[in-house]
Design a protein around this ligand. Structure first.
Ligand SMILES: [Zn+2]
Length: 270
């Protein structure tokens, strides 16, 4: 029996004989079911038509994502760390080539996920590297579709995964939305891995925030203020967002603070 994968959001579900009737993550106000209807695939089928592509952003930071693009075009990041590598977010496909390549780079010590639109095949990625823990904030517990002993629902505001690698609970887009601060990223100036909790905008010079991106639902000022208070004390030069080309290579701390100020200014104007 397979673990069906939603074609729209890329989430892999628990083992079932036939596909679930609906994808709980898509059939919700932040996502959508396409006009053509709910569609499913399997890992076996994905392996026939897709592969993993790579991009090295920094010597110790590798992006990996499916080619051609699948679901919402998720891209994961491998933070190479002396204590063991951290996989930030995941994608729906796990193939032998990716496992061989990542193992040659030292394997994976832990997986951390920003929010439910990046759950994809996180359990399969864990199993490919010996069942390493998958850190998902407890605020999003209800969205996990494939329960597994590897999933650790962490609670609270921050969690240290390795020296200089810290998960921070940001909220906003999802109740449990998480960002990752990597102290040694960007040549020691610090990097912030944000998924789309802090969204790198189309101009790649600003950031913005939404409760739903496809359905254009904004966030209240309280959520933006919380993200502002969380990020202001952090040292970071670079922000890596949710997709291949969505990153701000330099001056990102000021960019994030300006993005927060702009959003709050718009909300308070009449
Ligand atoms: Zn879905």
């Amino acid at each position: 029996m397979p673990e069906f994968i939603c074609r729209t959001c890329g989430t892999q579900y628990a083992t079932t004989e036939s596909p679930p009737s609906r994808c709980a993550i898509c059939d919700e106000e932040r996502q959508y079911i396409p006009e053509t209807g709910q569609a499913w695939t399997t890992m076996e089928a994905l392996r026939l038509s897709y592969r993993i592509g790579y991009r090295q952003y920094e010597p110790a930071l590798l992006g990996l994502g499916m080619e051609p693009s699948f679901a919402i075009g998720q891209r994961a990041l491998l933070v190479r760390h002396p204590e063991g590598n951290i996989l930030w977010d995941a994608v729906s496909l796990v193939d032998d080539a990716a496992v061989t390549i990542v193992n040659a780079l030292g394997g994976v010590r832990a997986i951390a996920i920003s929010h439910p639109h990046y759950y994809s095949s996180m359990v399969e990625w864990s199993r490919a590297f010996g069942g390493v823990p998958v850190y998902v904030h407890a605020g999003d517990r209800q969205w996990c579709q494939r329960p597994d002993a590897a999933i650790r629902h962490w609670d609270g505001d921050r969690l240290t995964l390795a020296d200089g690698v810290t998960l921070l609970h940001a909220g906003g887009h999802f109740a449990g939305a998480t960002i990752l601060h990597w102290r040694d990223g960007s040549a020691g100036r610090g990097a912030l891995l944000t998924g789309d909790t802090i969204q790198v905008a189309g101009d790649r010079r600003t950031v913005s925030f939404m409760y739903s991106y496809p359905n254009f639902i904004p966030l209240p000022s309280s959520a933006i203020e919380r993200i502002g208070a969380l990020t202001a004390p952090l040292a970071f030069e670079t922000v890596y967002g949710a997709w291949w080309d969505k990153y701000i290579p330099a001056g990102a701390h000021a960019v994030v603070q300006r993005g927060i100020e702009r959003y709050l200014r718009v909300l308070s104007s009449r």
